[in-house]
Structures are given as structure tokens and as C-alpha cells.
Ligand binder design. Structure first.
Ligand code: FAD
Length: 318
């Protein structure tokens, strides 16, 4: 299949599985493809294990590239080379930390525009994104070419069609000499948190009061099969590692259920979690702004409410 002029979508994988926000990026690419009568080629770098599922989720072609060094410099060199080699009109990525770094590097290398955190694509081909911590929206036109990252929870996952396949082509890309070489990677246990793909997030804020009380957040998250999120003060106070932060300078999340415990609802936090399906907020201040975005609000002390919730859920499970 002729790859030239296609829309490229970079699929990030964890343990051989495509991450949810990359599937959303594939959906966004398909939406753009429908508007521009182009086809979509999925790109897998380093780990080609998900090549078959890329086809079943709707990619028209799959490019796999071997890479030893998992680092932004080499991955960006590979993606920029593919972008230029195949004269791609657009490269779409998920808005993960890696995705945003790659997008910036590729757009600079390829000399094209970049839109991060796109939430929608207008009928005229403009990418909609929120600015100023979510208080305004803007529509950006890339005028035919560019790099886009897609915000989690906005484009939805494409339908999977079991048995649908796309031709897979292994391509070689020379990255040239890298300025940074990774000598050793140490994987912390805390790194394995995957807030972007979580269906349930229980998040704690300054209102939890202490690291000891924060254990209630962990307990409820575990009971619900979810993961722990946090506001910035909870991280700054050292109650939970930084990679749990939700918000403007943390992760953008879109779980089915988000439980905010002792979080005031500052714009910088809320802009990272309003894509959640159902929001429950617990706060002792009935005027806390978090209640404006909550589906259910509980006015009360987290140290009273959380043990009751935990007890009730345990009783129901039993
Ligand atoms: C550039 C920039 C980027 C930022 N990025 C982020 C970000 O990514 N994520 C983020 O979270 N913040 C971010 N912030 C910080 C943000 O502005 C807020 O300061 C922060 O979100 C507030 O966290 P909080 O709600 O936990 O704390 P607070 O605002 O102090 O709120 C604590 C809440 O807990 C309630 N409470 C207290 N005790 C109890 C109790 N016992 N039971 C029940 N409720 C109780 C209080 O009523 C209050 O509403 C950023 C700020 C800036 C300037």
C-alpha cells in the first residue's frame, strides 16, 4: 500500500498494549481522514506487538520501526523522518507526557505547526483546545499540515472490528548520533500508575490533612479497583508521588468515576478531570467550587465520610 500523503498516528504502547489515549488519537486521525479523503497509517516504534490490533481499530496501514533507545530524542527523530519521508499531512499523538514532548520536537524538526491537547475537530478542520486553564476555548487551523496531540477522554476509542487487518511494513530509520545516551533505566514501583487509562480514580487534596489520612484514599481506590489521583498540594506535602497529580500541570484524566476528597476545585485541578463520566465530591465547605462540576456532592469531613464509604462497600462486597 502506498503510504505517501497519509495521516500518521503514533501509537504508544505499555506492555505490548496500545494505551487508551493513543486509540483516541487514532479516532481523531480517522475523523480528519474522513474530512480530507486520506488514509491513516499507524506507527509503532520499538514494540511492534500491537501491529495487528492497530488494523482492527481502523488503521489503513501500519508502519513498525525498531528502536533500542526509548527516549524522546530518538523517537522524535524517527517520527520526523517518517513525517517527511511519507509527506504526511498530519501526525496525531495522544496527549501523554511523552506524546506532548514528541509533538513539540517533531513539529520543530519538520518545520510545521503544533496543536497540543486537542478536544475536537470542527467540520472546517480546526482543532479545538482549551486555554487559560480551561476558561476559554480556541480553534486552531494547521492549514493542511502539522502535528496534533489529543486530550484523553475527548475523541473516544474507535470500535474494534475483530478480523480486520491492515498491511504491516517494517521500515528502517537512521536516527543519527544522539546527544543523550541512556545508560540505565531504574523503574520505580510508583511509575506504573496509569491515570490516563483508569476507569476509577479516587483523588485526595489538601483537605485530607495528613499522609496518615491519605491512606483512606488508597484504601477506597483499591476497593473500587481504581487508582489514586491527587491535587498539587497533596503532592507538594509528600503524601503521594508526583506522577499521581491531576490537572493543568499534571495528568488529564477521563475515568468513568472520579471521587474528589478534600479538593477545593481550583481551575488548575478541574481542567484535568472534567472529562470524567461521573464526579463525586466530598468537601466540608458547601460553597467549594468542586461542587459546581460534581454529579454528587457530599458536604462533610473526609475523615468521617471515607471510612463510612469504605465500610459500606466492604459490606456490599461481602
Ligand atoms: C500554574 C499552576 C499550575 C497548577 N497546576 C495544578 C495541577 O495540575 N493540579 C492541581 O491540583 N493544582 C494545580 N495548581 C494549584 C491549584 O491552583 C490549587 O492550589 C490546588 O489545586 C488546590 O488543591 P486542593 O484543592 O487540594 O487544596 P485547597 O485549595 O487548599 O482545598 C482544600 C479543600 O479541602 C477542604 N477540606 C479541608 N479539610 C477538609 C476535611 N477534613 N474534609 C473535607 N474537606 C476538607 C477545604 O474546604 C478545601 O475546599 C496549579 C497552580 C498554578 C499556579
Amino acid at each position: 500500500m502506498e503510504i505517501k500523503d497519509m495521516i500518521l498516528v503514533y501509537l504508544e504502547t505499555v506492555d505490548g498494549q496500545i494505551v487508551k489515549v493513543s486509540l483516541e488519537a487514532l479516532n481523531a486521525a480517522k475523523k480528519l481522514a474522513a474530512q480530507t479523503s486520506k488514509a491513516v497509517a499507524a506507527v509503532l516504534v520499538g514494540d511492534a506487538g500491537a501491529a495487528a490490533s492497530a488494523g482492527s481499530y481502523g488503521a489503513d496501514a501500519v508502519l513498525t520501526v525498531a528502536a533500542e533507545d526509548h527516549q524522546a530524542e530518538s523517537y522524535a527523530a524517527i517520527l520526523a523522518e517518517l513525517y517527511t519521508r511519507y509527506n504526511a499531512s498530519c501526525l496525531v499523538l495522544g496527549s501523554t507526557r511523552d506524546g506532548k514532548e514528541l509533538a513539540a520536537r517533531v513539529s520543530a524538526k519538520a518545520g510545521v505547526g503544533c496543536v497540543t491537547d486537542a478536544m475536537d475537530l470542527t467540520a472546517e478542520g480546526g482543532w479545538v483546545r482549551s486555554i487559560y486553564g480551561g476558561s476559554l476555548q480556541e480553534t486552531v487551523s494547521l492549514e493542511g499540515r502539522g502535528v496534533v496531540t489529543v486530550r484523553s477522554g475527548t475523541f473516544g476509542k474507535p470500535e474494534e472490528t475483530p478480523g480486520r487487518t491492515a498491511p504491516v511494513t517494517a521500515v528502517d530509520v537512521e536516527t543519527g548520533a544522539l546527544r543523550a545516551v541512556i545508560k540505565e533505566t531504574v523503574k520505580e514501583l510508583a511509575e506504573s500508575v496509569n491515570l490516563e487509562d483508569a476507569e476509577v480514580i479516587v483523588a485526595g487534596g489538601r483537605g485530607m490533612g495528613s499522609a496518615e489520612n491519605f491512606k483512606l484514599v488508597h484504601e477506597l481506590a483499591e476497593l473500587l479497583g481504581g487508582v489514586v489521583g491527587a491535587s498539587r498540594p497533596a503532592i507538594e506535602d509528600g503524601w503521594v508521588p508526583r506522577n499521581h497529580q491531576v490537572g493543568q500541570s499534571g495528568k488529564i484524566v477521563a475515568p468513568k468515576l472520579y471521587i474528589a476528597c478534600g479538593i477545593s476545585g481550583a481551575m488548575q485541578h478541574v481542567s484535568g478531570m472534567t472529562g470524567s463520566g461521573y464526579i463525586v465530591a466530598i468537601n466540608k465547605d458547601e460553597d467549594a467550587p468542586i461542587f459546581d462540576v460534581a454529579d454528587v456532592g457530599i458536604v462533610g469531613n473526609v475523615n468521617d465520610v471515607l471510612p463510612l464509604m469504605i465500610e459500606e462497600i466492604k459490606a456490599r462486597k461481602a
